[in-house]
Design a binder for this molecule. Structure first.
Ligand SMILES: Cc1ncc(COP(=O)(O)O)c(C=O)c1O
Length: 400
């Protein structure tokens, strides 16, 4: 019998999509569903982006493009990251991919041998585990529960680096699923630890770097310790900031050798980002920034609504996120209770019963390595957000 490669036995479809599919099926069956499940930004990038795409279409050369990314796109990206203090990068330090997910997958291929260790804090974005599994790396997660604001401490990092001597440390700030943002001091303290371990690559998957609230600002290890530049790989994307998830544009900036490796992988995988998408991406990065700026304000206001609603529920612990568009309440106070005849033993039961009883879709925290919590993605229209939150409050009130 013909066999698939062993790695396919390790590859799993996304747990987040499973919830979204169930919500979609209920909706198709006529149920009134409010979805707080998938992390789609739910806005469009602005007319100038479409105009650039249309113009590129009218002039389309139909040719292959650069494996690294067009010069115009790389230059736009370099100028873009200079605005957040990541200066001094040149085209040779950068590469592109079909979204940050593809960039991360290529980084795993470029940096990890089978059996190598990759360390990252938990809760984590589900794909980290899946990519590690596919490339057969050993994933070590560092538990960061709600009681420590879902943030990694320097002591935890130091102990893990000393014990596991990882090939890669993967960091995500602002975080999906928690929305937490590290302060300048917190980044500085973690950077102090990282300089002690020169044999570890550092990936900062910071695609939500423009979605930071409360004037906190975005900070990277290279801001605190410029000597880390030869090991830090910064990953970025247009998906969330510009409301362009389907356009599939991701980037990296870091050591020249890594950018070259990704470009080589591109030449064997995707060849290039298409010309029309490239034109739209350049327009998004260099054109008016009204949409991302306005959305940041809107998301901060929505964050406040969600936090107020969650913290009004007795027993729920909800650290206040300062970025992205996720809230990650600890709902373990509901475990061991029942809603009507439905027992709730864990986060998966909770999300299933909540969806069936109240028509609200959230993602169980176990998908992100934290089974005490659930993720609320609050990008839906405000008109749906408030009723959705109210339904969650009612659900808790009805538990016995
Ligand atoms: C932390 C994080 N990194 C990367 C990605 C992937 O983004 P892209 O759409 O650019 O592939 C996501 C998407 O949800 C994410 O949350």
């Amino acid at each position: 019998m013909l066999q698939l490669a062993k790695r396919m036995g390790r590859a799993k479809p996304s747990a987040i999509m499973a919830v979204a599919e169930k919500a979609k099926a209920l909706k198709a069956a006529g149920r009134d569903i409010i979805s707080f499940s998938i992390g789609v930004p739910n806005f469009l990038p602005g007319e100038h982006v479409y105009a650039a795409a249309r113009e590129a279409l009218s002039k389309d050369s139909g040719q292959y493009g650069s494996n690294r990314g067009s010069d115009a796109l790389l230059d736009a990206f370099i100028a873009h990251i200079a605005e957040i203090g990541l200066t001094g990068y040149e085209r040779k330090h950068c590469s592109t991919g079909i979204g940050a997910k593809h960039v991360l997958y290529s980084l795993a291929e470029a940096l990890l041998e089978e059996g190598d260790t990759i360390v990252y804090p938990s809760p984590y974005w589900t794909t980290y585990q899946d990519i590690a599994d596919i490339v057969n790396a050993k994933a070590v997660t560092l538990p960061c529960p709600a009681s420590q604001n879902y943030k990694l401490t320097p002591q935890q990092l130091d102990a893990a680096m000393a014990e596991h001597k990882p090939k890669v440390f993967l960091f995500n700030n602002p975080s999906n699923p928690t929305g937490m943002v590290y302060t300048k001091d917190e980044i500085e303290a973690l950077a102090e630890v990282l300089v002690k371990y020169p044999d570890t690559w550092i990936i900062t998957d910071d695609i939500y770097n423009r979605m930071v609230f409360d004037g906190l600002g975005y900070h990277n290890f290279v801001h605190s310790k410029p000597e880390l530049r030869n090991r830090v790989i910064f990953v970025d994307s247009l998906s969330k900031t510009y409301g362009m998830p389907g356009w599939r544009v991701g980037f990296m900036a870091g050591p020249e050798s890594v950018a070259k490796a990704l470009t080589t992988l591109n030449s064997n995988h995707i060849t290039n980002i298409p010309e029309i998408v490239t034109a739209a991406a350049v327009a998004a990065l260099t054109g008016p920034q009204t949409v991302p700026t306005e959305k940041n304000i809107e998301f901060q206001n929505k964050r406040d609504l969600v936090i107020a609603a969650m913290n009004a529920i007795p027993g729920v612990v909800c650290p206040k996120p300062q970025g992205a568009f996720y809230v990650f309440p600890d709902i373990s106070c509901a475990f061991g209770k029942a809603h009507g005849v439905k027992d709730i033993h864990n986060d998966i039961d909770f999300c299933n019963v909540l969806l069936e009883a109240k028509g609200v879709a959230c993602v169980p925290g176990s998908a992100f390595g934290e089974p005490k919590a659930l993720r609320i993605s609050y990008t839906c229209p405000t008109a749906q957000l408030e009723p959705g939150l109210k339904r969650i409050q009612e659900f808790f009130a009805e538990l016995s």
